[in-house]
Design a protein around this ligand. Sequence first.
Ligand SMILES: Nc1ncnc2c1ncn2[C@@H]1O[C@H](COP(=O)(O)OP(=O)(O)O)[C@@H](O)[C@H]1O
Ligand SMILES: [Mg+2]
Length: 266
Amino acid sequence: MPKHNEKLVIDRATKYYETGTGRVHALDNVSIAIRDHEFVSLVGPSGCGKTTLLWSMAGLHDLTSGEIRLDGTPIHGPHPDIGMVFQDANLLPWRNIQRNLAFPFEISGKSANEDRILQLMERVGLGGFGNKMPRELSGGMQQRASIVRALSFDPSVLLMDEPFGALDAFTRDEMNLLVEEIWMETRKMIVFITHSIPEAVFLSDKVHVLSARPGRLARTFTIPFPRPRPLEIMETREFFDVVNTIKADIQHQPKTSNQALAGAYP
Ligand SMILES: Nc1ncnc2c1ncn2[C@@H]1O[C@H](COP(=O)(O)OP(=O)(O)O)[C@@H](O)[C@H]1O
Ligand SMILES: [Mg+2]
């Protein structure tokens, strides 16, 4: 039985990819329990399996061994209670924003909840942009649309894979504030992948650090700052100290033999 406060449980997640040139050991025995309403980030070196883990949580591919359970039930395919936001907004270029947001409902044979979508568009600052084509919107605005798309089904879990990695620093700050506000309003569980330690610290209750490939859970940091967190906390001594502690921890991860091998294939 799941503990009542553990909504999403990653239980000994291990993943190998079979490729033409052999097996790639992407994830090794990762166990993390995430509570309802919790905001957690996954950080770690490039190629350590963060996306692999998130895809398994979204039911987009299976693990080699171990399992992921939502409310005690193993996930083996896309789940209506889990929304996903990727680094690219992945909007269909030939549909306007409104029709892009209706698309997931069309392919799942459901009627779109137009009111909810309009409300969400207003909420993220996209009010009045429904008839714009994706190319007419900035990267930040496109990413707002993809957040609306993920929230339109009202999932209780939101998975975000480096959603702001391609945005400029100013837009990224704005998006981080927006995510914080949405999280405080909706209290959805958010699992957030980022390369930016300050971003992870700003947003999260907990930051889980994965080791270099094969990804293992190296450490978990609990972030103490009260909410709401204004952007200005990123300028404080306390904030720097937490960021630097996590950075130092990542730099001192022992290098695995796989990583040494990987060095041969940059
Ligand atoms: N479909 C795939 N086939 C083979 N190898 C893959 C595939 N997807 C990812 N990998 C490899 O698995 C490892 C982890 O990848 P990924 O999960 O994308 O890492 P991260 O998101 O942390 O950068 C990397 O070495 C990557 O090259
Ligand atoms: Mg990735």
